[in-house]
Design a protein around this ligand. Structure first.
Ligand SMILES: *[C@@H]1O[C@H](CO)[C@@H](O)[C@H](O)[C@H]1NC(C)=O
Ligand SMILES: *[C@@H]1O[C@H](CO)[C@@H](O)[C@H](O)[C@H]1NC(C)=O
Ligand SMILES: *[C@@H]1O[C@H](CO)[C@@H](O)[C@H](O)[C@H]1NC(C)=O
Ligand SMILES: *[C@@H]1O[C@H](CO)[C@@H](O)[C@H](O)[C@H]1NC(C)=O
Length: 434
C-alpha cells in the first residue's frame, strides 16, 4: 500500500511545485515590470562594481597627486619682480642684484607705467648680454592692470607663476617681490674678497639643506579687526574689467564670514613650493578656484588668498613655515604702509638675518651700502659669485662658469641661523595654520 501511495504523491507534487514557481516568477515580473529601470540600474551598478575592483577609478582625483620635488642638489628659484609707473629703474636694479643663471625671472611693469617705460625695460631684458646667453629672464609684455589692494594683485601673481610653470623649467620655489624690495643676501656665496665674505650668506646654498616642499608664508587664523574691515565688506576691483586704473569701490551690502572653509590672513610676501603653486594654478582640486573667486571681492586679497588655500588643504597644511623671509619695518601701531628704510635701519636689517627687505625709496642711499657691504655688487650692479668671473671691463666680458657649485661664504651662517631657527623651533608645528 505504502509503496503505491508514494509514487502517486510524486506524480502530482512535482508539477504543482513547478507551476507554483512559474506563477511566482510571473507575478514578480509583473510587479517589477513598472520598475525595470530600477532592476537594470541595480544590474548595472553590480557590473560597474565588478569592473571597478579591477582598474577603472571612479574619480579623476585619485589619479591626481601632488608632484614630487626635484632631487637636484642645488635648488632653483623662480622670481616675479613687479612694478608700476616710474619703477623701471629700481626694477632693473633689483633684478641685477638677484640675478643668478640657475634661477628664473619674470618681470612685470603694470599697465599704469607708460608704453615708453615698458618698452625700455623690454629692450633692457632683450639686450643684456648675460640674459641673452642664459635665457632665464622674461618680461610679461601683455601687461596687467593691477589695482592696489585689489584681487588683480593676486591674478597678476598667478599669471607670472603660470608663465614660470610653463616656460621656466625645473624650479623649486616661487618668490614674489616688487621693485621696492631688495636682497640682503647673495644668491651664490662664493666671493674672492674674504674681508667682505664675513657678512655674505647665500640663499641657494642655505636652501639646498632644507626640504623642497616647505612653504614660507606668514599667516594666522586670528583675523581680529579684519573680520569687520576686510571679510564682511564687499569690494569691486575695476581692474577686472576696465582699461583704466581706478581705485576699488565698496558695495553697500556686507556678507557673512565663510563657513565652508576657514579664513587666514598674513603677509603678502611669500616663498611657495612648486607643488603648492601647481595646486593653485592647475586647480585639480576646486578649493584654490573657489577661494580665488571669494577673494575677488575681498580688500587686500594678497594678504589672505594663499594663506586660506594652504591652511584649508590637508595635503599642504603641514608644509607651512610661519615667516615671510622679509625685513619690514612697521610703525607702531602699524599704518597702511611700512616705513621707507634708510641707512639708520641698516644694522637692524642685518640683525634680522632675513634674505629680503622692503620698502626702499627709488635710488635710496642705503641700497648702495647694501651693495658694497652685503652683496659685493660690481659697477654694473651684478653680484659676482662662483658662476661669474670678470675677464675684462665690460659686461660682455663676463664668463659664466660652473653654476652647479654655489659655495657658502663664511657668512652663510646668518641666513642658516634664521632658517634652522624657524624649522627647529619648539612651536614650529603649533604655529602651522593655527
Ligand atoms: C606679490 O607682489 C606684489 C608686488 O608687486 C605685491 O603687491 C603682492 O601683494 C604680492 N603678493 C601676492 C600674494 O600676490
Ligand atoms: C600633519 O601633522 C599632524 C600633526 O603633526 C598630523 O596629525 C597629520 O596627520 C599631518 N597631516 C598630513 C596630511 O601629513
Ligand atoms: C641715483 O643717484 C645717483 C647719485 O646719488 C645719480 O648719479 C643717479 O643718476 C641716480 N639714478 C637714478 C636712476 O635716479
Ligand atoms: C661643475 O661642477 C660639477 C659638480 O662639482 C661637476 O660635476 C661638473 O663637471 C662641473 N662642470 C663644469 C663645466 O666644470
Amino acid at each position: 500500500m505504502e509503496n503505491n501511495k508514494q509514487p502517486k504523491k510524486k506524480n502530482w507534487f512535482l508539477p504543482l511545485m513547478l507551476s507554483l514557481v512559474l506563477s511566482t516568477f510571473l507575478v514578480f515580473i509583473f510587479v517589477f515590470s513598472s520598475s525595470t529601470s530600477y532592476s537594470s540600474h541595480f544590474y548595472k551598478t553590480q557590473v560597474r562594481k565588478k569592473k571597478n575592483n579591477d582598474v577603472i577609478p571612479r574619480f579623476v582625483e585619485s589619479k591626481l597627486r601632488i608632484s614630487s620635488v626635484s632631487t637636484d642638489p642645488i635648488p632653483r628659484l623662480a622670481y616675479l619682480i613687479s612694478g608700476s609707473m616710474g619703477d623701471g629703474q629700481s626694477l632693473k636694479r633689483t633684478l641685477k642684484a638677484l640675478y643668478h643663471p640657475r634661477n628664473q625671472y619674470v618681470v612685470h611693469l603694470d599697465l599704469e607705467a607708460s608704453a615708453e617705460e615698458r618698452l625700455e625695460l623690454a629692450e633692457f631684458v632683450r639686450n643684456e648680454p648675460i640674459f641673452g646667453k642664459v635665457g632665464n629672464v622674461r618680461m610679461i609684455v601683455r601687461a596687467n592692470l593691477v589695482t592696489y589692494r585689489g584681487p588683480t594683485m593676486v591674478t597678476n601673481t598667478l599669471h607670472a607663476a603660470a608663465v614660470l610653470l610653463k616656460e621656466g623649467g625645473d624650479w623649486d620655489w616661487f618668490i614674489n617681490l616688487s621693485a621696492s624690495d631688495y636682497p640682503l643676501v647673495t644668491q651664490d656665496g662664493w666671493f674672492p674678497n674674504l674681508a667682505l665674505a664675513k657678512v655674505r650668506p647665500d640663499l641657494l646654498h642655505t636652501l639646498s639643506t632644507i626640504p623642497r616642499n616647505l612653504n614660507f608664508i606668514e599667516h594666522t587664523s586670528d583675523i581680529g579687526w579684519k573680520e569687520s574691515q576686510r571679510a564682511r565688506p564687499v569690494i569691486i576691483d575695476p581692474g577686472l574689467y576696465s582699461l583704466h586704473k581706478s581705485d576699488v569701490f565698496w558695495v553697500p551690502e556686507r556678507r557673512g564670514v565663510p563657513t565652508a572653509y576657514k579664513l587666514f590672513t598674513g603677509s603678502a610676501w611669500i616663498m611657495l613650493s612648486r607643488p603648492f603653486i601647481e595646486f593653485c594654478v592647475w586647480g585639480w582640486d576646486n578649493l584654490p578656484r573657489i577661494v580665488l573667486m571669494y577673494y575677488a571681492n575681498f580688500l587686500s586679497s594678497p594678504e589672505g588668498y594663499f594663506h586660506t588655500v594652504i591652511c584649508n588643504a590637508d595635503e599642504f597644511r603641514n608644509t607651512t613655515v610661519n615667516h615671510d623671509l622679509h625685513f619690514i619695518s612697521w610703525d607702531n601701531p602699524p599704518k597702511q604702509h611700512p616705513h621707507f628704510l634708510t641707512t639708520d635701519d641698516f644694522e637692524r636689517m642685518v640683525a634680522s638675518n632675513a634674505p629680503f627687505a622692503r620698502k626702499f625709496g627709488r635710488n635710496e642711499t642705503v641700497l648702495d651700502k647694501i651693495d658694497t657691504k652685503l652683496l659685493g655688487c660690481n659697477a654694473d650692479g651684478y653680484v659676482p659669485g662662483g658662476w661669474l668671473s670678470k675677464q675684462g671691463n665690460t659686461i660682455s666680458d663676463y664668463l659664466i662658469t660652473n653654476t652647479t657649485k654655489p659655495k657658502p661664504g663664511p657668512g652663510a651662517e646668518r641666513l642658516k641661523h634664521l632658517i634652522t631657527g624657524l624649522l627647529t623651533a619648539e612651536d614650529f608645528h603649533a604655529k602651522q595654520c593655527s
